[in-house]
Write a protein that binds this ligand. Structure first.
Ligand SMILES: [Zn+2]
Length: 226
């Protein structure tokens, strides 16, 4: 493990995550709604075009900025520790950016927007396919297997379609790391969400729980098994 690599990665994670609160606030809306045109608290409109989207710092008077930045730094540092100085690290660091955004949005409004799920798959999957062409077939097989299993869970109810798509994309990325990573990465989210669901049930706080954050953390754990 190289301390410099970990520090550099944490810096990248924090710097990119700093841009996420604004994006999360605008994209955490109902399924039928378009992106939020104005701050949900003070109703001040976001400027049109690029500057209304790409801006570091808190999303107007909405909090969570420090938390998001810390999460970005932590995830990136963990990836650097797990992957080490390998050409596989940059694509995973990049894929973690829309990954973190998905976790924040899913926690707020129980949605995993398709474009962000696709961004995780493209940013992580394409470079990994170039680096490890010998692993393309296992990666696709892992994605199809998880798509089928989670598709059945979706049919049975209890999972969102967004969860199914994200799980398949993450299984593909884990597939490039090897089968142990796929197995751990697929099982871990259930071990994470199980106790939380029990806690919610015991404390009587009936609410639908997002599964996206558990899927993403589970994938991170899966990479450690590679
Ligand atoms: Zn505001």
């Amino acid at each position: 493990m190289s301390p410099l690599l970990v520090i550099f990665s944490a810096g990248f994670g924090a710097a990119t995550a700093a841009f996420l609160p604004r994006l999360a606030h605008r994209l955490a809306v109902g399924r039928a709604d378009g992106p939020r045109p104005a701050c949900a608290v003070c109703a001040r409109p976001f400027s049109p075009g690029f500057s209304g989207w790409v801006r570091a710092g808190a999303a107007c008077c909405f909090g969570g900025y420090a938390w998001t930045t810390a999460a970005g730094a932590t995830v990136a540092a963990l990836l650097a520790v797990v992957i080490g100085p390998s050409p596989r690290l940059p694509p995973l660091l990049l894929a973690a950016v829309p990954g973190l955004l998905l976790a924040v949005i899913d926690r707020r409004c129980l949605r995993l927007p398709d474009r962000l799920v696709a961004a995780v798959g493209v940013l992580g999957g394409v470079p990994l396919a170039v680096l490890r062409p010998d692993r393309i077939a296992p990666a696709l097989l892992a994605a199809v297997a998880v798509l089928t299993a989670y598709g059945l869970m979706w049919v049975a109810g209890g999972l969102g379609l967004g969860d199914v798509k994200l799980a398949a994309v993450l299984a593909m990325i884990l597939g490039f790391a090897g089968w142990p990573a796929v197995v751990v990465g697929v099982l871990a989210p259930h071990l994470i969400n199980g106790p939380i669901a029990l806690f919610v049930l015991v404390t009587g706080r009936r609410q639908i729980m997002p599964f996206g954050p558990a899927l993403l953390v589970g994938a991170l754990i899966g990479l450690t098994a590679a």
